[in-house]
Ligand binder design. Sequence first.
Ligand code: ES4
Ligand code: ZN
Length: 338
Amino acid sequence: SPLHPLLHRLPKTEHHIHVEGALTPSLLFTLASRNNITLPPTDQDASFASQDALLARYQRFTSLDDFLHYYYVGMSVLIHAADYEALAWDYFTRAHADGVRHAEVFFDPQAHLSRGVAYATVLAGLTRAKERAKSEFGISVEFVCCFLRHLPVPDSVATFGLPEVRASFEDGRVIGIGLDSTEKDMPPSKWEEIYKAAGPLGVRRTAHAGEEGPAGYIAEAIDTLGCERIDHGLRLVEDPDLMKRVAEKGIMLTLCPISNVFLKCVKNMKEVPIRKLLDAGVKFSINSDDPAYFGGYILDNYCAVQDAFDLSVEEWQRICRTGIEGSWCGQARKNELL
Ligand code: ES4
Ligand code: ZN
């Protein structure tokens, strides 16, 4: 599309990127070797035979859970603070090249704690990369701690209650919480205790909902968890009354179109409800989710949406303005980005 150069130039904000999903096969194999991590033996899963075989397997993901298996095996190579720094730095480098000015980055502490990697180690590496992204690229970065919904709720509650986790909210190194991983049969309201405690602490709240799960999970995330944003929210269009309510409340969806196609949540890009959401006045941003796995960073997502929906310059300007206004940064930073 002739609009691609404009899409590159527009001031982009990213609100839905799992830093563990920025682990490229190249860094995965480098860290596996450096940290002596045994990947699944190739007689069990030939996908780990080479970077190319792994990338080829990613092309055949059948569902969210099929992807998540590779996502959790992949992140098992992350051990030291320097590994997390390299991971986040890879992402910030690509984000900068794509024209991202502000990024709110998810991480999954339980997936590291369960392997014996301390929260402080994860956050130390991520924070070093954040400081470099600010000084070298002028990108502002915030971190959002996600809870894993395939694990028992008490595991999330215990993680939220860890003194080092509490401290990271109090000093602003982490500004919000999210809910991710397997969605089917995992209603968001099960995590009410955490979300109810987070609000009064000034912690921002979002949750994945309506990716594979029903529109009712979006309603629960808003009404029971008090979410200010919804991650994906693809299936909102199945409930017109809820869609009206989301539009009126100004709740922003963080869409990830390439992810939805890759994980078979939709048949093709044209099925992502971009036009319906624009027409209904529902705010959304466009994001990359797990760019190293789905082979598309943020600009690829913008361009794929443009190729499927042929939006106008004004519509793109409005999407980027919505992203800035819906960001969890101060008004002063928003004014710089607008
Ligand atoms: C995720 Cl695409 C997606 N959905 C839910 N949880 C996730 N964690 C990482 N990527
Ligand atoms: Zn996600």
